[in-house]
Design a protein around this ligand. Sequence first.
Ligand code: ADP
Ligand code: MG
Length: 231
Amino acid sequence: NEEQIVQSEKLSVVGQLAAGIAHELRNPLTSLKGFLKLIDYKNTNKEVERYIQVMDSEFHRIEQIVDEFLILAKPTKSHFTYERIDQLLDEVIELLCGEANMESIILKKEYFSLRSHVYGESNQLKQVFINLMKNAMEAIPKENVNGEITVEGQEFEDKLIVHIIDNGAGISETELKNLGSPFFTTKKNGTGLGLAICKRIIDQHSGQIDIKSKPKEGTRVSITLPKTPSH
Ligand code: ADP
Ligand code: MG
């Protein structure tokens, strides 16, 4: 529909800009961070120490945004191979289980029926699942002791679906309309690029992303991927 077209155009403009800007920012940023490390602030006063810590964390934030832009700007269909999707999910969960543990969030693996391959780029697909699982974790309030994320798999003849289901805060109807537009975020420290990146990567894999949510109950994000490459 029309709104989707406008959004995908917005995204491709953002993508082109991102390529240029992110690459240009990387070098001066690395150099600034390097010089900051060289300042021996332990020998200066407390105030200076605090300023430098603030600078360090702000640099970290710029870096994070630049990194996300670089992913957004990545070229397409360059390194596609056949990937076992269950193995890919294992790797992503392995990567995030420490963080989940610390927040007492239970990660449930329910994708053992997935045995087939999809045609894609493993790093990009991992990025999608990392972004989605991070959103799921961030949606679970810190004080919630029953936080749970289930990764479910469903296999069909020509496609497979991975569901990431959380019992977190959920998304209101108005927010749901804005999801996937670059820079839309409801988080204090969010970039609003995570879902835009997911959408772009899944588009490149001829797949589909669907989000269903109920405020206070949770969210289900479903990723559909074809088993055979499209031409
Ligand atoms: P960010 O995480 O930096 O805010 P995203 O593009 O990843 O950017 O997500 C955009 C917004 O979508 C989030 O700020 C949040 O409001 C909403 N959202 C995404 N996933 C979930 C989820 N699983 N539960 C609740 N809200 C979500
Ligand atoms: Mg996110």
